[in-house]
Design a protein around this ligand. Structure first.
Ligand code: SAH
Length: 391
C-alpha cells in the first residue's frame, strides 16, 4: 500500500492554513510554550547560553508554572533580562468559564483576539481529564458533530495547544510540587488532531516530557477520525495512546457518518490501528462509537462490529449522542445502548459506555462549538462529494 499518497486533504490545508504570521507574532516576542525541550535548547544556545539553561527554563515553565522571568532565580540576571526582551509565556485568553453541577468545567478561549475554541475539564475520583482542541473548527464534516457545522478555520500552533494545558492547570489551582490536577489529556475537543500533525506531535511530546507535564504515554490520547497516512507516521514518531472514531461497522454507513471513510475505508483504517499497536507495543486502541438512535445502534450493527474487532487489541467506548441545534439525529435509548454493549461483551469485545458529563453546560463530546468567526469554511465531506462526481 502506498502510505504516502492520499494526503491531499490533510497536508495541503495544513500548509496554507497556518495562522497568519502577524497573528502568531502579535507581540513579536517568542512564545516559549511553542518549544519542545530540544528546540528550547537550540533557542537558548542562539542566545549565547549553555543548553542546560533550557532544562532549567523548561522546569520553571512546566514544573513550577512560572511565567515571570524575574522569579526564575537560578538563571543569571543578565539572561533573565535578555529573555524578557525576546521571549514570553503567552496563553489563550479566557472569554467565558462555565462550571457544571457535576464539576465539569468548560472554557471558551480566544486564541488571537477573535477565533474561539473550547476546552473542557472533567474531574472524576482519582483522575482529571482535560479535553483540548487542536484546530479552530474542523474540516472532517462528520454529520453528527456540532463542530463540523462550523467548518474549518485554521490549525492551532504548538504554543496554543500547550497553552491550553498550562492555562487549565493555573485555573484549576495547581500548586507546584502538589498533586496533579490534570492526570490525562485527550485531543477530543475541536478539530482533527492528525490534520494538524506537525503541531500536535510536538505538543504531545511536551505533555509527556519528564521535565514538562510529565504524563505517561497512556495518559495522552490522540483521537482521530481516521487519517490513515498520519496514523502510520504517528506510530513511527511518537509514543502516545490512540483513539479512533469508528462509529459504524461497515463502509456504507461510515461513508455517510464520517466522510473521510470514503478516502480511507474501514479495512485500511483497522490495518493502520493494528500496526500502531504492534509498533508502539501498546495495549489496545480505543474505538469511539457514537450511539445514534436507529442509525448505527441495532443488534445487527453490534454483530458486524464483533466481526471486525473480536480477537484484536481493541476496546469500544460507546458514546451516547449529544444533541445540538438543528441536528437530524437522536440519542439511542439507554436500553438500546445497554443491549449493544452486552452483545459486544458477550462476544469477546470489551465495551464500556461513556458517562455523559457537563450536560447542563453543553460540554459533552461533539458539542464544542467555539466561535469560528471567519466564515470561509472548509469542509472535507463536500470536497469528497465533489471529487466523487467528477468524471
Ligand atoms: N476529530 C477527532 C477528535 C474530536 S471529536 C475525532 O474524530 O476523533 C471527539 C469525539 O467525540 C469523537 O469520537 C467524535 O466522534 C465524538 N463526537 C462528535 N460529536 C459527537 C456528538 N454529538 N455526540 C457524541 N459524541 C460526539
Amino acid at each position: 500500500m502506498d502510505r504516502t499518497s492520499g494526503t491531499r486533504f490533510e497536508s495541503k490545508p495544513e500548509d496554507v492554513l497556518q495562522p497568519p504570521a502577524t497573528l502568531m507574532n502579535a507581540t513579536a516576542k517568542t512564545n516559549l510554550l511553542g518549544f519542545t525541550r530540544p528546540e528550547l535548547e537550540a533557542f537558548v544556545e542562539r542566545m549565547g547560553e549553555k543548553p542546560f539553561r533550557a532544562r532549567q527554563l523548561f522546569k520553571w515553565l512546566y514544573k513550577r508554572h512560572e511565567n515571570d522571568f524575574d522569579k526564575m532565580t537560578d538563571l543569571a540576571k543578565s539572561f533573565r533580562e535578555r529573555l524578557k526582551e525576546v521571549a514570553e509565556v503567552r496563553v489563550p485568553e479566557i472569554k467565558v468559564t462555565q462550571v457544571s453541577a457535576d464539576g465539569t468545567r468548560k472554557w471558551l478561549l480566544a486564541m488571537d483576539g477573535t477565533q474561539g475554541i473550547e476546552m473542557v475539564f472533567i474531574p472524576e475520583p482519582g483522575r482529571g481529564t482535560l479535553c483540548i482542541s487542536s484546530q479552530v473548527g474542523c474540516a472532517m464534516d462528520c454529520t453528527f458533530c456540532s463542530t463540523a457545522q462550523q467548518g474549518f478555520n485554521r490549525n492551532l500552533t504548538v504554543a496554543e495547544i500547550v497553552g491550553q494545558v498550562w492555562l487549565a492547570n493555573r485555573e484549576l489551582g495547581y500548586e507546584p510540587g502538589g498533586n496533579r490536577v490534570i492526570t490525562n489529556i485527550v485531543f477530543m475537543g475541536m478539530g482533527e488532531p492528525l490534520a494538524n500533525y506537525r503541531n500536535v506531535v510536538p505538543a504531545a511530546e511536551i505533555f509527556m516530557d519528564d521535565l514538562g507535564f510529565d504524563l505517561s504515554r497512556r495518559r495522552v490520547t490522540v483521537s482521530t477520525s481516521g487519517l490513515v497516512p498520519q496514523m502510520y507516521r504517528l506510530a513511527d514518531e511518537t509514543n502516545c495512546a490512540l483513539a479512533v472514531s469508528l462509529h459504524a461497522p461497515n463502509d456504507r454507513l461510515r461513508d455517510e457518518l464520517v466522510p473521510i471513510n470514503r478516502k480511507h475505508p474501514i479495512a485500511e483504517l483497522l490495518e493502520a490501528c493494528w500496526h500502531y499497536v504492534e509498533k508502539q507495543n501498546a495495549r489496545s486502541i480505543t474505538f469511539e462509537y457514537v450511539m445514534l438512535d436507529g442509525v448505527n445502534d441495532q443488534p445487527a450493527h453490534a454483530h458486524e462490529l464483533v466481526k471486525l474487532l473480536r480477537g484484536r487489541p481493541a476496546k469500544v467506548n460507546l458514546i451516547p449522542f449529544n444533541p445540538f441545534r438543528n441536528t437530524r439525529y437522536k440519542r439511542s435509548s439507554p436500553a438500546a445502548i445497554e443491549r449493544f454493549r452486552d452483545i459486544l461483551n458477550a462476544n469477546g469485545v470489551i465495551a464500556t459506555t461513556r458517562k455523559t458529563r457537563g450536560d447542563d453546560i453543553d460540554a459533552a463530546c461533539g458539542q464544542l462549538v467555539g466561535r469560528v468567526q471567519d466564515r470561509t469554511t472548509v469542509r472535507l465531506g463536500s470536497k469528497l462529494i465533489s471529487v466523487a462526481v467528477q468524471p
